[in-house]
Design a protein around this ligand. Structure first.
Ligand code: NAD
Ligand code: TDX
Length: 380
């Protein structure tokens, strides 16, 4: 069991990071939490606004590639743990602009490791310390329909620049544990969904588009499969790893619900038809939604060109973390989707504010330049 009570949470203004900061401050109100975030397009300080002013919480606007900043935070604030959520996280963006992925995901992780090594090991500040890397199942590559789910022993076969950058970071983390004795853990999780997700990923995008009567783009055949994990379950999983995981350990965290993309979008459409259809207040607020006009939201579904190199299927085997640390997801997909839809319906000001002009331009450019010759990512 860890004795660490003071944490640097990098990328804490992003989707999973902000959910984790709320979770941690609720669970462990006496712990010190310092958030370091560069506030890229995906970072939003508003997601943490309810914590502002709390004695044990502080926010630092800065970059994880700034090693001297990280060193002084660890030293001056006497921080014994780092949980690294900071990343460029969207696969589509890694295809159009991989440089930022190399800089933040690889170089940034390396700078954090160096800062931790210097302050905790060389200067000897923290004999009990922990560097936790939040990683992804995408490092393992793509599965066929009948393949067994990814275990921790699965070889690394990343397909996209995003996945390759996360794989590199994982290797660096392991090398610092093996070579220098830094106490590290890694968790590789499946697709998260829930509140505060920037609406460029499938679930957030689908909800924000269907309430505005905008197209719901489905890449390729829509038959690619993802394993969906409610973000609060992910936070619980990381909690287990931080408190009881072995240094040098890797833990897969999955949600246990595999769906094709089209099944998932259809479920969200059906749910929105029901929820908005039953509420005159929501119909007035979201008057452009088909659900407000008695038309199914699924009428907005549009099949578009596939993502280049699109991984076919992800599925995570959670038996190791279940056996070792007692982790199990607690939120089933019905409840998780219903809660997520309710959150976006109630927080329109949050997602309208994050979807600024530059984001909309980027989305528009994706569809203007999509190339149908790139294949549908089905396994051969
Ligand atoms: P996100 O894109 O929503 O948030 C990333 C955060 O990192 C933002 O707040 C951003 O401002 C910050 N950031 C980016 N570059 C930075 C830099 N150089 N210095 C400091 N801060 C920086 O991402 P997310 O979906 O919350 O993902 C969090 C982590 O979980 C990432 O490491 C991602 O690879 C991993 N992950 C995400 C998912 C998922 O489904 N979203 C699944 C598996 C793993
Ligand atoms: O508009 C869309 N239409 C569509 O069909 C979008 C945005 C996505 N998709 C498809 C592509 C994927 O098969 O939906 C699936 C999910 O796509 P994303 O939400 O972009 O997630 P994915 O590419 O699976 O990667 C996610 O999970 C692993 C996160 O973005 C990563 O950060 C994480 O590591």
């Amino acid at each position: 069991m860890t004795k660490i009570r003071s944490w640097l949470i990098t990328g804490g203004a992003g989707f999973i990071g902000s959910n984790f900061v709320h979770y941690w401050c609720r669970q462990y109100p006496n712990d010190k939490v310092v958030v370091l975030d560069a506030l890229t397009y995906a970072g939003n300080r508003n997601s943490l606004v309810t914590l502002e002013g709390q004695a044990n919480y502080s926010f630092v606007h800065g970059d994880i590639t700034d090693q001297s900043l990280v060193e002084s935070l660890l030293r001056d604030q006497q921080l014994g743990g780092i949980v690294n959520f900071a990343a460029e996280s969207h696969v589509d963006r890694s295809i159009t602009g991989p440089d930022a992925f190399v800089s933040t995901n690889i170089v940034g992780t390396h700078r954090l490791l160096e800062a931790a090594r210097k302050v905790w090991l060389t200067e000897g500040m923290a004999s009990d310390h922990r560097f936790h890397q939040v990683s992804t199942d995408e490092v393992y590559g793509s599965l066929g329909n009948d393949d067994p789910a990814f275990t921790e022993e699965h070889s690394y076969q990343p397909s996209s620049p995003y996945a390759a950058s996360k794989a590199s970071a994982d290797h660096l983390v392991r090398s610092y544990q093996h070579t220098f004795g830094l106490q590290t853990t890694i968790s590789n999780c499946s697709n998260n969904y829930g509140p505060y997700q920037f609406p460029e990923k499938l679930i957030g995008l689908t909800i924000c588009n269907l309430v505005r009567g905008k197209a719901l783009p489905i890449y390729g055949t829509g038959k690619n499969i993802r394993d969906w994990l409610f973000v609060e379950d992910h936070c619980r999983g990381i909690d287990r790893v931080l408190r009881a995981g072995q240094s040098g350990g890797t833990y897969n965290i999955g949600g246990g619900t595999e769906l094709t993309n089209i099944e998932l979008v259809q479920r969200l459409c059906d749910l929105a038809d029901e929820v908005i259809g039953a509420s005159p207040e929501l119909q007035a607020r979201y008057s452009e939604s088909p659900a407000s006009k008695g038309v199914p939201c699924s009428s907005l579904i549009e099949y578009v060109s596939d993502r280049p190199g699109h991984d076919w299927r992800y599925a995570v085997d959670i038996s190791y973390i279940e056996r070792e640390l007692g982790y199990r997801p607690q939120t089933n997909i019905e409840q998780g989707l219903a809660d997520t839809l309710q959150w976006y319906l109630a927080n329109e000001s949050w997602w309208l504010a994050v979807m600024d002009g530059s984001y909309q331009q980027w989305i528009d450019s994706q569809y203007a330049t999509s190339d149908s010759s790139l294949g549908n990512g089905q396994p051969s």
